[in-house]
Design a protein around this ligand. Structure first.
Ligand code: GDP
Length: 441
């Protein structure tokens, strides 16, 4: 999970402010020394850190602490607001052309995730009822055209290609005509990537820009590369005038420097964040939510959105009704595990809950253990899952063998399951009583 160590370090810095009655220069200086180190360690650009710390100090010192806040909370509040500002303030929307098609040119170095991101963006736009066209403009890397075609097929999005013998400028020109005649309203042009920025590449990109007059020029950079990502963004921006940046691989172990420096260094906002290899792992970049995550305050809003997008609502409602009636079967257990899993790795979900970043290490969420328990439930027959009373010694032995676990583990799980069921019955019983009581009144 990205930002983890930054979040922990910042929390430690703020912990030191706890219990102070008054904000004065010494207190602020002390805390900001730690914040400065934390940011530098997270690979945030040196100048950005310097300006950031200066701004927070200026605002914090001499502030009357609001009645409702302690000095620690006051500094956190200011740091939070400044982090949001640093990352661009509010969500930077895509610019859509008044007259379709909207043209989005994708640029980036090889391996940054440009082609994958182009596919993800097509999916993102599809969800908004747009009709995108993918354009295979990277004719130099043999596999790039094929890669885009595979993505297009997965998404049900048309891909425009003229093979690898026609110049990318010509391909882009014809692609726009193709979009117009076929009523496709967003043209996503995948361009060539190189290992390093070179003049030939920039010339080609400039020519494509001339011919297509894009509404957006998005640079895809790999967040894992930290300061390098920011340097790449700066060079592309000076030559191409980007309209925005897409930060990829934020699901990895990035320290976060790129996310915090790109806007300040280039003046261009991060428009999207990619957090995984799957096609739906692209989100609009929300500076406020990101700041909240960095400060260990969680990102409940994104979690709710994720849940809304991936949870089967009908199933969830069914399950809730059954649980209210005190029913709980192994099938329901497996279903709920699946629904949770759809949200992503447990560790990431926990990271989105307030205060959980620090707790996570202590809680020691063991995905392997969860997988074992699931294997046990899956090794039961349908009848056994519906009616746990059937589970005699013989059956338990078979289940242990089938799931590659031990009889002890199977016994433990069934016992825990029974307890869970009892608890639910009590809950629903108590809830019923309360409902009846409140109706009587
Ligand atoms: P390109 O050369 O810039 O077009 O890069 P590709 O789109 O081919 O991606 C390079 C590699 O990065 C592929 O293995 C992708 O699956 C992977 N990748 C792209 N975006 C992400 C992301 O957000 N998270 C992770 N973990 N991997 C990504």
């Amino acid at each position: 999970m990205a930002f983890e160590s930054l979040a922990n370090r910042l929390q430690n810095a703020f912990d030191k402010l706890r219990g102070r009655g008054k904000i004065d220069e010494t207190v602020v200086n002390e805390a900001m020394r730690e914040v400065r180190l934390a940011l530098l360690e997270a690979d945030v650009n040196f100048k950005v850190v310097k300006d950031f710390v200066a701004r927070v100090k200026e605002r914090a010192v001499g502030q009357d602490v609001m009645k409702s806040l302690t000095p620690g909370q006051m500094v956190i509040k200011i740091v939070n607001e400044e982090l949001v500002e640093l990352m661009g303030g509010s969500v930077a929307q895509l610019t859509m052309a008044h007259r379709p098609p909207t043209v989005i040119m994708m640029a980036g170095l090889q391996g940054a995730g440009k082609t994958t991101t182009t596919g993800k963006l097509a999916k993102y736009l599809q969800k908004q009822n747009r009709k995108p066209l993918l354009v295979a403009g990277d004719i130099y890397r043999p596999a790039a055209i094929k890669q885009l075609q595979v993505l297009g097929e997965q998404l049900g999005v048309p891909v425009f290609t003229l093979g690898d013998q026609v110049s990318p400028v010509e391909i882009a020109r014809q692609a726009i005509d193709h979009a117009k005649t076929n009523h496709l309203d967003v043209v996503l042009i995948d361009t060539a990537g190189r290992l390093h920025i070179d003049e030939a590449l920039m010339d080609e990109l400039k020519q494509i820009r001339e011919v297509t007059k894009p509404d957006e020029i998005l640079l895809v950079v790999d967040a894992m590369t930290g300061q390098d990502a920011v340097n790449v963004a700066e060079s592309f921006n000076s030559q191409l005038e980007l309209t925005g940046v897409v930060l990829t691989k934020l699901d990895g172990d990035t320290r976060g420097g790129a996310a915090l420096s790109v806007k300040a260094v280039t003046g261009k906002p991060i428009k999207f964040a990619a957090m995984g290899e799957k096609l739906d792992a692209l989100e609009a970049f929300h500076p406020d939510r990101m700041a909240s995550r960095i400060l260990g305050m969680g990102d409940v809003l994104s979690l709710i959105e994720k849940a809304q997008a991936s949870v089967d609502e009908e199933k969830a409602r069914d399950m809730e009704r059954q649980m209210r009636q005190g029913e709980f079967s192994f099938d329901m257990f497996l279903d709920s595990m699946q629904q949770l899993r759809n949200l992503g790795p447990f560790e990431d979900i926990l990271g989105m809950l307030p205060g959980m970043n620090k707790m996570k290490d202590k809680m020691n969420v063991d995905e392997k253990q969860i997988a074992r328990v699931e294997a046990i439930a899956k090794s039961m027959t349908k009848a056994e899952r519906a009616n746990p009373d059937l589970l005699n010694a013989n059956r338990r032995k078979r289940i242990a063998n089938g799931s590659g676990t031990s009889i002890q583990e199977v016994n433990r799980f069934i016992k825990q399951f029974d307890e869970m069921k009892k608890m639910m019955k009590q809950f629903s019983g108590a809830a019923d009583k309360m409902m009846k009581k409140s109706k009587k009144k």
